[in-house]
Design a protein around this ligand. Structure first.
Ligand code: BG6
Length: 520
C-alpha cells in the first residue's frame, strides 16, 4: 500500500459549503468501484468524484478504491485517473492542489471479481482504510460492470462478510447498479430477486443518470414550486405532449451491446419513461424517496396497454442507413463494428402512448428517441389547447398558433414559452414569440454532471433520485408485449438516412392525428 496522507480537506471552511444544510454532508465511506479500468469509471465516475472534491462536497476522509483485473499500483491508477479528469471533468483544467489531496484518497486493488481470494485482499484494504482514513466500516460498492455480473459479485461480497445488514444498526453498506436493469420483465425480476438475497431494497441504488440531471430535477420544481403551472397541467388545457431524446452519435464502440438492446431498451424503458413519470405524476406528499417514487410508479401503472395482437399499431421502429450528420459522413448501422449486417435492431423508436388516469385521460404523449439524428437534444414540449374562440378568424393575416411550453433538458438547458403576439403596425397581424429562461444566463456556468449529484446522494443514503424495483418492473411489464411483437416480426425496421429526424413512418404516426413533430 502506498503512503496514505491524513485527510486534509477542511469542509467547514470551504465557501461552497456556506449555507449548506449540515445533513447534506455525508459521512466518509469507502467507495469501491468494480470495473475500475472501464470506460464508465474513466469518463464519468472519477471525473465526477474529482469535481465533487473540487467543489468541496466530499467529506474529509472519503476514500475511493478501484477494483479491476489490470495490474496497477496505487500510483499508476492515480496517474491514469488524472488523465481522465483532464479530459472529462466538468471542473477543468485540473487544479494541482485539489488533485494532490484528491489523489491521496484513491487506491487500487487488483483482482478478478469472480475470484473469492480477491475479495479477501479487497476486504483487508478496506479495513486498513477504516483505520487510516476514518471510514468507519461504511461501504458503497459501485458495480460499473455489466449487470449480469451482479449475482456473482453480490454473492462473493456476502460470503466474505462485506455486507452489513442495515437492521443491525452498524455502518451502512450500499450498492449502486447501472442499467440495463434486465432485458425484459423476467430478467429484471431475476436481477431484483438476486439483489435482495444479499442486500435489502433500501441498500440498492439503481442509477438512471437522467434523474441526476439538473433540468430533470427542475421539472419537479417547475411544476410544484410555482402556483401558475399546476392548474393548467391536465387534460383540460393540454392538447398533447412530445418527448424527444435525440442523439447525433451512432452506437460508437457499443455495437454488440446495442444489438441486444436497441433504442427502446437503451433509452425508452428507462430515461424516457422517467421523464414521462416526472411530467405526469401527481404531487408527492413530500420530496422524499418513497413518496416521490410512489407517485412515479402510479404513472407507469397507468400506461395504456398496447392493443393485444396489434401491439405496434401506434409505434414505429427505425434504423439509420448511410447519411451525414453535422456535415460528416455517417455509415449505416448495419456497417457498424460488431453489428449484424442484416440486423433488425432499432436505432430509432417513436410511439403514441397514453396515461389512463383522471388527469391525463386521452391526452396523447408522443415519445421518440433515436441515434444519428441531426443533433443532440432532449426536450419536452407541452402543447396547450388553442384559445376557445378564434376571434380573429376573419383576418387572413392572423394565424393563431397554440402555446407551447418547451423544457430543454440538454444542451442549452432552459425553458421557453411560445405564445402569439401582435406584430407592431396598424393592422392586426400575429406572430409567435418566445419567452425564454436559460440556465447559463440566469445561473452562469455549467450545471453539475448527473453523476456528481447521484454519487453524492448515494453517500447521503437518499434514494429519491434512483429507480425503485417496482418502477423498473412496471416499465418492463408495459413494454414487453411491444418488444415481443417486434421480435416476432421478420420485417426490418423502417430505414432513415443518418442525419435526418427518423423514418417517414414516424411523421405519419403523429400527422394522422393532425399534429406535427416539433423541431427542437
Ligand atoms: C445511456 C445510453 O444510458 O445514455 C447511451 O446507454 C446514450 O446509448 C446515453 O448515448 C445518453 O446520455 P446523455 O446524458 O448523453 O443524454
Amino acid at each position: 500500500m502506498s503512503s496514505v496522507a491524513a485527510p486534509t480537506q477542511e469542509l467547514a471552511t470551504n465557501p461552497l459549503r456556506e449555507g449548506l444544510d449540515q445533513e447534506r454532508v455525508p459521512d466518509a465511506s469507502c467507495l469501491v468501484i468494480f470495473g475500475a479500468s472501464g470506460d464508465l469509471t474513466q469518463r464519468k465516475l472519477i471525473p465526477a468524484l474529482y469535481s465533487l472534491a473540487h467543489d468541496g462536497l466530499l467529506p474529509t476522509g472519503q476514500t475511493i478504491i478501484g477494483f479491476a483485473r489490470p495490474d496497477y499500483t496505487d500510483d499508476a491508477f492515480r496517474m491514469a485517473m488524472r488523465e481522465s479528469c483532464e479530459k472529462y471533468a466538468r471542473t477543468r483544467p485540473v487544479d494541482n492542489a485539489v488533485w494532490e489531496n484528491f489523489a491521496q484518497s484513491l487506491f487500487y486493488v487488483q483482482g478478478d471479481f469472480t475470484d473469492g481470494q480477491a475479495y479477501v485482499r479487497l476486504n483487508q484494504r478496506l479495513r486498513e482504510c477504516d483505520r487510516t482514513r476514518g471510514t468507519g466500516g461504511r461501504r458503497i460498492y459501485y458495480l460499473a460492470v455489466p449487470p449480469q455480473h451482479f449475482p456473482t459479485i453480490s454473492k462473493l461480497l456476502g460470503a466474505e462478510g462485506m455486507v452489513n445488514d442495515p437492521e443491525s444498526g452498524g455502518p451502512f453498506t450500499r450498492v449502486i447498479i447501472e442499467k440495463p436493469f434486465g432485458h425484459d420483465l423476467q430478467s429484471a425480476k431475476e436481477l431484483n430477486r438476486v439483489a435482495v438475497t444479499t442486500f435489502r431494497e433500501r441498500q440498492v441504488f439503481r442509477i438512471d443518470h437522467y434523474l441526476g440531471k439538473e433540468t430533470v430535477q427542475n421539472l419537479l420544481v417547475l411544476r410544484f414550486s410555482n402556483g401558475i403551472f399546476e392548474p393548467f397541467w391536465n387534460r383540460q388545457y393540454i392538447d398533447h405532449i412530445q418527448f424527444t431524446v435525440a442523439e447525433s452519435i451512432g452506437v460508437e464502440k457499443r455495437g454488440s451491446y446495442f444489438e441486444t438492446a436497441g433504442i427502446t431498451r437503451d433509452i425508452i424503458q428507462n430515461h424516457l419513461l422517467q421523464l414521462v413519470s416526472l411530467v405526469a405524476m401527481e404531487p408527492p406528499v413530500a420530496f422524499e424517496a418513497d413518496p416521490v417514487r410512489d407517485e412515479k410508479v402510479k404513472v407507469l401503472r397507468g400506461l395504456r396497454e398496447f392493443p393485444r395482437g396489434r401491439e405496434p399499431e401506434n409505434a414505429v421502429r427505425g434504423q439509420y442507413s448511410d447519411g451525414s450528420v453535422l456535415g460528416e459522413k455517417a455509415a449505416a448501422y448495419r456497417k457498424e463494428e460488431n453489428v449484424n449486417p442484416e440486423s433488425k435492431t432499432e436505432t430509432y423508436a417513436a410511439m403514441k402512448i397514453f396515461v389512463d388516469n383522471w388527469r391525463w385521460a386521452d391526452v396523447p404523449f408522443y415519445i421518440r428517441a433515436g441515434k444519428r439524428l441531426p443533433k443532440r437534444v432532449t426536450d419536452i414540449a407541452i402543447h396547450f389547447r388553442p384559445a376557445p374562440y378564434p376571434m380573429w378568424r376573419r383576418l387572413p393575416s392572423v394565424n393563431v398558433q397554440p402555446n407551447v411550453l418547451a423544457i430543454r433538458i440538454q444542451p442549452d438547458e432552459g425553458i421557453s414559452l411560445k405564445f402569439d403576439s401582435k406584430v407592431p403596425g396598424p393592422s392586426v397581424r400575429t406572430a409567435p414569440v418566445q419567452m425564454e429562461f436559460r440556465y447559463a444566463t440566469s445561473f452562469g456556468g455549467e450545471p453539475p454532471e448527473a453523476y456528481e449529484r447521484l454519487l453524492l446522494e448515494t453517500m447521503l443514503g437518499d434514494s429519491t433520485l434512483f429507480a425503485r424495483r417496482d418502477e423498473v418492473e412496471t416499465a418492463w411489464a408495459w413494454l414487453d408485449p411491444l418488444l415481443n411483437a417486434w421480435a416476432a416480426d421478420s420485417r426490418p425496421p423502417d430505414f432513415y438516412p443518418a442525419g435526418t429526424w427518423g423514418p417517414e413512418s414516424a411523421d405519419r404516426l403523429i400527422e394522422k392525428d393532425g399534429r406535427k413533430w416539433r423541431r427542437p
